[in-house]
Design a protein around this ligand. Structure first.
Ligand code: ITT
Length: 196
C-alpha cells in the first residue's frame, strides 16, 4: 500500500521510514508533488492539526495520507510549548533557538521541577475517513544540550529510566521508546489488520 507521508520535517520522515521498514507499505513524500500548499497549523490541539494536515494532502493526492502533529509539553510551563513546539522561539525558528528559549524559561529550576513529555498524534486518512493514533514518552529537561542525534528538543530531553538525552542515546533507543514509536506501534497494528 502506498501512503503519502504528509510532513516536511526530515527528522520525522527518516524516523517513520525506519520504524516501518519491515512492513509492505511504501511511504511517498510530499516532494513527489510539484506544488505543495502550506498548511496553517491553527488548531487548538495536536489532533486538530494532524487532521488538517492529513486531510489537506489526502484531498490533493487521493491516496491514503498520514500526518503527525507532535510536541513537547513541560509541566512547569503548564504544557508549553505544546502545539507551538516547532515555532516556540518564533516563526521559522531553528531547533537551537527553540532549545535556548526553553532553557531560559526553565532557568534555575532543579531536576524534579523539569518534568516534561513528548506527545505524538498521527492521523491516517483512509477512504476519506480519519483514524487517530497517540503516543507519549515522559522524561525531564536537562540544563544544557548534550549529543547530536535526532532533531528538535532531543539534546535536552532525558526519557524516564535513562541518564542521557535522546541526542546521546541515539536513534535505535529513541525508535524503541519515543512518543512517535508508541503512536506508530498502534498504527502498525491497524495496518496489519487493514492491508492484505
Ligand atoms: P510537519 O508539520 O511538516 O510535520 P513540523 O516540524 O512543523 O513538521 P510539528 O508541527 O508536529 O512538525 O512540530 C513538532 C515540533 O515538536 C518539532 O519541530 C520539534 O521541535 C518538536 N518535536 C516533536 N517530536 C520531536 C522529537 O522526536 N524529538 C525532538 N523534538 C520533537
Amino acid at each position: 500500500m502506498k501512503i503519502l507521508l504528509a510532513t516536511k520535517n526530515r527528522g520525522k520522515i527518516s524516523e517513520i521510514n525506519r520504524i516501518f521498514s519491515d512492513l509492505p507499505v511504501e511511504f511517498v513524500g510530499l516532494d513527489t508533488f510539484e506544488e505543495v500548499p502550506e498548511v496553517i497549523e491553527d488548531g487548538k490541539t495536536f489532533h486538530d492539526n494532524a487532521l488538517k494536515k492529513a486531510m489537506t494532502y489526502y484531498n490533493i493526492a487521493s491516496i491514503p495520507a498520514l500526518a503527525e502533529d507532535s510536541g513537547l509539553e513541560v509541566e512547569a510551563l503548564q504544557g508549553a510549548p505544546g502545539i507551538y513546539s516547532a515555532r516556540y522561539a518564533g516563526e521559522n525558528a531553528t531547533d537551537s533557538e527553540n532549545n535556548r528559549k526553553l532553557l531560559q524559561a526553565l532557568s534555575g529550576l532543579p531536576p524534579e521541577k523539569r518534568r516534561a513529555r513528548f506527545v505524538s498524534v498521527l492521523c491516517l486518512i483512509l477512504d476519506g475517513k480519519p483514524f487517530f493514533f497517540e503516543g507519549e514518552v515522559r522524561g525531564r529537561i536537562l540544563e544544557k544540550p548534550e549529543g547530536e542525534s535526532g532533531f528538535g528538543y532531543d539534546p535536552l530531553f532525558v526519557p524516564e529510566g535513562y541518564e542521557h538525552s535522546f541526542g546521546v542515546l541515539g536513534e535505535e533507543i529513541k525508535n524503541r521508546i519515543s512518543h512517535r514509536a508508541m503512536a506508530l506501534k498502534k498504527l502498525r497494528h491497524f495496518l496489519n489488520d487493514h492491508i492484505k
